[in-house]
Design a protein around this ligand. Structure first.
Ligand SMILES: Cc1cc2nc3c(=O)[nH]c(=O)nc-3n(C[C@H](O)[C@H](O)[C@H](O)COP(=O)(O)OP(=O)(O)OC[C@H]3O[C@@H](n4cnc5c(N)ncnc54)[C@H](O)[C@@H]3O)c2cc1C
Length: 458
């Protein structure tokens, strides 16, 4: 290809969405992807495939989705809100665009956030299950669509830096040399797989975080854009889940099942047996708080027999902890009294913490509007050791609503765009709000491509 109009850094869902939309509008497009294999691993390919915005059905009216977005993100005026609104506005368009590209969907289950699941859906079992499943099928489809539109996906081509000229971006540098283009889109999937960036922003102990993703987000886009003057935003939160600690040694215990819904109605204790987070804000928040502990060793979810029979056995997607967690070899500790459980776990403060929980004395405070806490009273008493599983960084490059990358004075850097998990300011904040990684990838990818087309007079 002679000099393309657009170079996309990264061939995940965000990159391939933008590439197809831009190529469909008449731009010539080159996607540079680090992965060498046609099945190159990225978060988009191994995702669960649930397409939602703030756990709402994508076809709901924008104002209803916006209300859920606002509830997750927090008070109006939060810097995240303007970008998060974009997702509410574009939800219907995102779904329609994916279907027009050939993405197929099924209803994955009764909860609203499972209305649109990429088909064929992953099976209800623990461990990775991606080959030929909906997200993998979608990426293959988008790759074929791009080729049919005259675009190129070049594998084994990591981008190393941006080419900057006259205060704007004029292309990229790879090992093969400079590739020039009028527009560059950074869609490299975030920084969750770079231990130093994780240490700086998310956790004092990156080695103790379980990497619950494809391992492809190394923060390259962030580094190259920052070198070109880009600002970053919301770097202190990630999307992830609470996993069983045994996932470190057992591939059947990640990316599912998670401990989220069990912990949200019971109790998450640190290694001494004390609470340290607001369980009622859900698993993404708890995973973030666990990651922030100086000493997360020994943390565990503490629950009773009723939790295990009712909440852990709720057989929705992903697979129910009870029985899939022990069936896959995950350890569930059990004792007839809380005191004995405390001895097994070596948690000196546990009995006191459980008593306070049962009396409704919650310090730190506990949100009960989403997940009401249930008492821990029915023997046997149980525990599962927990780890924070990190999937993608929610913070990243500052963008405007057209996905233009902003500099430190909040001015767009000419020629430079970003989409998907490379961007920040949409999710995260004090409650670690998660709005939906797939929707974010497609919405920002489309916005970026449409802004480029408008700028090109297309
Ligand atoms: C197990 C799992 C389950 C998930 N389930 C869901 C779900 O059900 N619903 C949902 O909404 N979200 C889900 N997500 C999140 C969702 O998958 C991501 O938010 C989304 O796919 C991110 O897309 P992306 O294109 O930004 O990044 P990615 O898909 O990570 O793509 C980035 C690409 O950039 C490439 N790259 C990196 N650096 C360079 C470089 N220097 N040069 C060239 N290429 C580079 C990488 O190799 C990669 O292919 C899940 C994620 C995981 C891991």
């Amino acid at each position: 290809m002679s000099e393309p109009d657009l170079i996309v850094v990264g061939g995940g869902l965000a990159g391939l969405t933008a590439a197809n939309r831009a190529a469909g509008g008449g731009l010539s497009v080159l996607v540079l992807e680090r992965g060498k294999d046609p099945d190159y691993f990225c978060n988009s390919r191994i995702a669960g495939g649930l397409l939602h915005v703030a756990f709402r059905d994508m076809t709901r009216p924008a104002e209803e989705i916006r209300a859920s977005v606002a509830e997750s993100v927090g008070e109006a005026g939060d810097p995240a809100t303007a970008l998060a609104d974009l997702l509410a506005e574009d939800a219907g368009k995102v779904l329609a665009w994916l279907r027009a590209e050939g993405g197929a969907f099924v209803r994955g289950g009764a909860p609203e956030f499972m209305r649109w699941v990429l088909a064929p859906p992953r099976r209800r079992r623990g461990g990775l299950d991606w080959k030929g499943r909906g997200p993998d099928a979608l990426l293959r489809r988008l790759t074929r669509n791009l080729a049919a539109r005259g675009g190129e996906l070049r594998l084994g081509s990591p981008v190393e830096a941006l080419a900057v000229e006259h205060g704007g971006v004029a292309g990229v540098q790879t090992a093969a040399g400079t590739e020039r283009a009028r527009f560059v889109l950074i869609a490299d999937g975030g920084f969750q797989d770079d231990p130093e960036l994780v240490r700086r922003h998310l956790s004092p102990g990156p080695e103790r975080l379980f990497r619950r993703g494809a391992g492809a987000g190394r923060g390259d886009g962030l580094a190259m854009a920052e070198a070109a003057g880009a600002a970053t935003v919301g770097m202190d939160r990630f999307y992830g889940h609470l996993l069983g600690l045994d996932a470190f040694d057992n591939d059947k215990l990640w990316p599912y099942p998670t401990l989220d819904s069990l912990a949200a109605v019971s109790l998450l204790a640190d290694g001494r047996g004390r609470r340290f987070s607001d369980e009622g804000l859900g698993g993404v928040f708890m995973a973030n708080e666990l990651a922030r502990l100086e000493d997360p060793e020994g943390a565990a979810v503490i629950f009773d027999d009723r939790h295990w029979r009712e909440d852990a056995a709720d057989n929705r997607y992903p697979p129910a902890l009870n029985p899939s967690f022990p069936a896959a070899g995950g350890r569930v500790f059990e004792a007839p009294t809380v005191g004995q459980l405390a001895d097994i776990l070596a948690m000196p403060a546990l009995a006191e913490t459980v008593a306070a929980h049962n009396a409704g004395r919650h310090r730190p405070a506990r949100t009960v509007s989403r997940f009401p806490a249930k008492p821990i009273v029915e023997p046997p008493f149980r525990a599962i050791r927990a780890a924070a599983g990190i999937t993608y960084s929610m913070g990243g490059l500052a963008i405007d609503c057209e996905a233009r990358v902003l500099d430190r004075e909040a001015r767009p850097i000419p020629g430079l765009f970003a989409a998907g998990s490379a961007t920040g300011g949409m999710e995260g904040g004090p409650r670690a709000a998660y709005l939906g990684g797939l929707a974010k990838a497609v919405a920002t990818g489309l916005r970026a491509a449409e802004a480029m087309l408008a700028e090109s007079g297309g």
